[in-house]
Design a protein around this ligand. Structure first.
Ligand code: IMP
Length: 181
């Protein structure tokens, strides 16, 4: 058990099973198509790397980076693009991959941003959903797990850039961020 862990939410094996199911579903839904998979940096990194290995279609990978929480566990509500797409997604089948949907502000902004680039189709896949915290409604096509309103880290998700390399998902002990590490 990690010393900063309040509770383990999902172990490696459980995450792997669910990510496999998502990859299989996506492969079926996009059958016969080429897919552009866009990861939102940095939180989606590990999820995306695992997910694409369960997708049995030709995939192009791209990344977009948006302003993050910094050293806070709450969203600022403003979204800024820090790194734009490299690919022109016009006419492409696009799957946007996110680590967690919290207030929904990031995805709401990015959905509009992507759709203005006129892809042939646009879908969203998020590993985690915190429905209790939603401020704007955003239609997510594929979800891994729904979780309560707790701050989680691991499997790509961070607090202050730490914990991304944990292979499981855990709730962070509040003392860690209350102490302002
Ligand atoms: P939203 O715009 O409020 O939906 O925020 C989404 C972003 O907030 C995610 O991409 C994460 O980077 C971050 N975030 C939200 N909740 C958590 C959490 O529990 N742990 C780590 N990051 C989180």
């Amino acid at each position: 058990m990690h010393p900063d862990c309040e509770q383990v939410l999902f172990y490696e094996e459980e995450i792997r099973r669910r990510v496999r199911e998502l990859g299989e579903q996506i492969s079926l839904d996009f059958k016969g198509k080429k897919l552009v998979v866009i990861g939102i940096l940095k939180g989606s990194l590990i999820f995306l790397a695992d997910l694409i290995r369960f997708i049995t279609l030709p995939v192009f990978i791209d990344f977009i980076s948006v302003s993050s929480y910094g050293k806070s566990t709450r969203s600022s509500g403003t979204v800024r693009i820090l790194k734009d797409l490299d690919l022109n997604i016009r006419g492409c089948h696009v799957l946007l991959v996110e680590d967690i949907v919290d207030t929904g502000l990031t995805l709401n902004y990015l959905k509009d941003y992507m759709e203005r680039r006129r892809p042939a189709s646009f879908k969203i896949c998020a590993l985690l959903d915190k429905p209790g915290r939603r401020k704007v409604n955003v239609a997510v096509d594929y979800y891994g797990f729904s979780i309560p309103d707790q701050f989680v880290v691991g499997y790509g998700l961070d607090y202050n850039e730490y914990y991304r390399n944990l292979s499981f998902l855990m709730v962070l002990r509040p003392e860690v961020y209350e102490g302002g590490r």
